[in-house]
Design a binder for this molecule. Structure first.
Ligand SMILES: [Ca+2]
Ligand SMILES: [Ca+2]
Ligand SMILES: [Ca+2]
Ligand SMILES: [Ca+2]
Length: 449
């Protein structure tokens, strides 16, 4: 597979060039908006966006053409409108590849049963793959015997949906392929957290990107973030992590990362105060101990000066785990209510949002409202009041992070919205936030986090 660099990492390079004076303009605002979805060219793209892009050519009745010099141009970009150009468009590639070269950006699957919407079916003809390729859109039946596809079928025809029995696909020797940059539509919260990881006194954001690398995005103290740099390698070591939280769990004055790993173990990665982490030691229990947790956040919830972990567990209860200051947590007592009370929450975060010097919990509830639960400084929260309206304004948000991002003295909320942009909502220290300004330019940069 080709090596890939995340867009946000590339921005870091651009920002460094800009800082040196060699480039006058920032690269942060050059990403064009698109009619459907938020992916960037050759960047990570969700399955739902691939299908939406494919559907747009059906809606436009784009005619089949093998002309490279007269491509179809619309808000999706400029692509040759034959079968492979159609797949290239749907995957948002930088050029129209062919039935043969599409294999350079995709990986063959083991069987038709492995197909997911947005994958491709490329017809094998003894090794050349020069006949036809289609986009797999899903199964028409639960037993997976008939596939729905998007296809540019032939001359004098237009883009359309069609169905093929698996037996037909098999007899025609179609083979299943998966685009290397496609990502599943994500149900879990984004794997992000806020803390000052480079020791400049300004709040930063750390996050596991679509390539499963942990990066730090340095804050400027005015509500904006710079490009990302890897904190522990660039080899996808964070694959399978469910959630992360930030805190100085070993109290050496440097921010650390705690995360629930692929084995459902809560691990501590200690920070060096210069944007890197290392290690990976268990904080409580072994593999499986944190199975089913939907979200975690960190902060000192019982006022002993040591950061603790709070999480929504497999039973949808909000649990408090007390930190010992040397990298472990213990306990697991309910902070508010019993099992099920926190069902449907999309994300939680910690902060003193009402200004009483006790940490609170803010979370996006099942109705997509941002709600405040006031802390008592002894490991409990109460209440549940709207911080930003009750109209479901937070639909599609996958992350919220509490922090003083603009150094204004009050706790703010940063969140990743439905378009995968990160916005800052400034707090009033009375339980509300307002605003919503983008923290990093561009469009859809946080897809796959
Ligand atoms: Ca910082
Ligand atoms: Ca530390
Ligand atoms: Ca504590
Ligand atoms: Ca408070």
């Amino acid at each position: 597979m080709p090596s890939r660099t995340s867009k946000l990492v590339r921005i870091a390079v651009a920002a460094a060039i800009a800082a040196s004076g060699a480039v006058a303009t920032s690269a942060l605002t050059t990403t064009a908006a698109h009619a459907v979805g938020t992916s960037s060219v050759d960047g990570p793209i969700t399955r739902s966006e691939v299908l939406a892009r494919a559907q747009s050519w059906v809606d436009e009745q784009v005619p089949y053409s093998q002309s490279n010099s007269n491509p179809w141009v619309d808000s999706n970009g400029s692509y040759r409108s034959d079968c492979s150009g159609y797949v290239s468009m749907a995957w948002h590639l930088s050029q129209s590849l062919t039935t043969q070269t599409l294999r350079n950006v995709s990986t063959q699957l083991g069987s038709f049963a492995d197909l997911k919407p947005g994958d491709a079916l490329d017809r094998y003809d003894g090794g050349n793959y020069n006949i036809h390729v289609m986009i797999f859109a899903g199964w028409t039946d639960s037993s997976q015997t008939v596939a729905k596809v998007y296809t540019e079928p032939d001359f004098n025809k237009v883009a359309k949906t069609d169905t093929y029995a698996v037996s037909t696909l098999s007899s025609m020797d179609y083979r299943p392929f998966r685009y290397d940059n496609i990502v599943d539509d994500i149900q879990r919260p984004a794997r992000t957290a806020a803390g000052d990881f480079n020791g400049d006194g300004k709040l930063d954001v750390v996050g596991i990107d679509a390539y499963n690398n942990l990066n730090v995005y340095p804050g400027d103290g005015a509500g904006h973030l710079g490009g990302g740099t890897a904190m522990l390698g660039s080899n996808g070591a964070w694959a399978g992590f469910k959630a992360i939280a930030a805190g100085d769990f070993n109290r050496d004055g440097k921010m650390d990362v705690a995360g629930i790993d692929a084995n459902d173990s809560l691990k501590l990665y200690t920070g060096d105060g210069a944007g890197h982490v290392s290690g990976g030691t268990a904080m409580l229990g072994g593999n499986g101990a944190w199975a089913g947790f939907k979200a975690i956040t960190a902060g000192d919830f019982d006022g002993d000066g040591i950061p603790d972990i709070v999480g929504i567990d497999a039973n949808n209860a909000l649990k408090f785990y007390k930190g010992d200051g040397v990298g472990h947590v213990s306990g697991g007592s309910s902070m508010l209510g019993g099992n099920g009370l926190w069902a449907g929450f999309k994300a939680i975060t910690a902060g003193d949002f009402n200004g009483d010097n006790r940490l609170d919990i803010a979370g996006i509830d099942a109705n997509n409202n941002l709600m405040l639960y006031v802390g008592d400084g002894a490991g409990h929260v109460s209440g549940g009041s709207a911080m930003y309206g009750t109209g479901g304004n937070w639909v599609g948000f996958r992350s919220v992070m509490g922090g003083k991002f603009d150094q204004g003295g009050t706790w703010d909320i940063a969140g990743i919205d439905k378009n995968n942009n990160m916005n800052l909502y400034t707090g009033d220290a009375a339980g509300h936030v307002g605003g919503g300004t983008q923290m990093v330019g561009g469009s859809g940069l946080w897809v796959g986090f």
